[in-house]
Design a binder for this molecule. Structure first.
Ligand code: COA
Length: 378
């Protein structure tokens, strides 16, 4: 019998063969289907990048137009889903609302035809199109307002910001938001992607796949760190407080949020791009003093922890970008999900192409041959 070493968290154990994305943590490189993230952030759109990830190649002009058109026409949600969401408690976390809503889609589209490319495409389009509508709808409903309908004259990101804020966004803000989605769409075998692949391997429907991944993304060790960066910057309050704050935390062996990464041992390439996006926003819409605090945190962390390979990660500057757009902190993770759904679906499709159900083993460390003790003798 093969003896396997137990690795908590499956650290370093390959769970799949994948050609979707690649990370070089020493050099700070992230590629989607072989294309560097910097190039996609500069030249692509979220929907084009989603297409690239899911179907493996950049679309032709006609293919992209057709995909954009299909997504545009599937952005509305059924009134029964809206009515169901109206019953959610206002105090509930938007990630829980999103998980429940994504799962509910499966009730309406219960046909499961996993070998049919048309079914795969319809499901991809429906999920990418409706997840932003559901996030925006819950945001308005919890404020006591009716959700607004998507606007057909606005592109994917501009329409989401419109549905969220009930006003047409500034074009720079909409473009920057779209780039943020490109940066968050995919990142190799992380916890939520693994969760999506495990669920997919049972050959269930894609709504269950996405709902399980949303549930996994919600935890503070995964998608929730960007919220905590903003809380940390608020707590620090001023540039002068940064050094004592960092020193105090390090002394207490506490982490500096938004810094460090299991794979990257240099500054996360997504953090570098997000930082420049934040600067563009501040130039147009006014400075944010939290940015000065963040810069000082980065300086002090580099001085104290750079030798350990700890630098800002994707979450360090993304919160500052979303904050400047007026997005509430508890929507940062649902927005991460809006982006990541395309990555999960790329993995769903890849998993189906060569499926074997996930069924790992365990190392049993419990008792044997224990006798059943009648209840009156316990
Ligand atoms: C992301 C993260 C979980 C990666 O963890 P990991 O690869 O398991 O690394 P470890 O937590 O084992 O850390 C290794 C060492 O670096 C230190 N370290 C790692 N991240 C640190 C941080 N953000 N602040 C201070 N010290 C940190 C650890 O204390 C540990 O030090 P030690 O060797 O003296 O014990 C970790 O860096 C972290 O918790 N960061 C903050 C939360 C965050 O931003 N999460 C979002 C990730 S995208």
């Amino acid at each position: 019998m093969m003896v396997c070493e137990y690795k908590p968290g499956l650290e370093g154990i390959p769970a799949a063969q994948s050609s979707i994305s690649y990370v070089d943590g020493q050099k700070g490189i992230l590629e989607y289907r072989g294309i560097r993230i910097e190039e996609l952030a500069e030249k692509s759109t979220f929907l084009e990048t989603a297409y690239l990830l899911i179907w493996g190649e950049l679309p032709s002009k006609q293919e992209l137009q057709a995909f954009e058109h299909e997504v545009l026409h599937h952005r509305r949600i059924k009134y029964r889903i809206r009515d169901m969401m109206k019953c959610f408690p206002e105090s509930g976390h938007p990630m829980d609302a999103l998980q429940a809503s994504a799962a509910a889609l499966g009730l309406f589209y219960s046909l499961r035809d996993l070998h049919n490319p048309a079914y795969i495409r319809d499901s991809v389009v429906r999920l990418i199109a409706t997840i932003p509508t559901m996030v925006a709808a819950f945001q308005l409903m919890r404020k006591g307002n009716d959700p607004v309908r998507p606007r057909d004259d606005l592109d994917y990101s501009a329409n989401f910001l419109y549905m969220l804020n009930e006003q047409e966004p500034d074009p720079l803000a909409a473009r920057i938001f779209d780039i943020c989605l490109i940066l968050q769409v995919e990142h190799t075998m992380n916890a939520s992607t693994f969760s999506a692949r495990v669920t997919a391997s049972t050959l269930t429907d894609p709504y269950a796949v996405v709902a399980s991944a949303v549930g996994t993304l919600g935890g503070p060790l995964h998608g929730g760190a960007n919220e905590e960066v903003i809380q940390m910057l608020e707590e620090i309050g001023s540039v002068e407080n940064v050094r004592p704050y960092v020193e105090d935390r390090l002394q207490r062996k506490a982490k500096i949020m938004g810094c460090g990464h299991r794979v990257y041992k240099v500054k996360d390439p997504r953090a570098t791009i997000l930082q420049s996006l934040a600067e563009q926003l501040f130039e147009k819409f006014g400075h944010d003093k939290f940015y000065d605090i963040a810069l000082e945190v980065e300086r002090v962390v580099e001085e104290k922890l750079g030798s350990k390979g700890i630098f800002p990660n994707v979450d360090f500057y993304s919160g500052l970008v979303y904050r400047k757009m007026g997005i509430p902190t508890d929507l940062f993770t649902p927005i991460f999900a809006i982006a990541r759904v395309a990555g999960w679906l790329a993995h769903w499709k890849e998993q189906l192409a060569e499926n074997r159900i996930f069924r790992p083993t365990q190392i049993y460390n419990g008792a044997h041959e224990v006798r059943y003790l009648p209840i009156d003798q316990r």
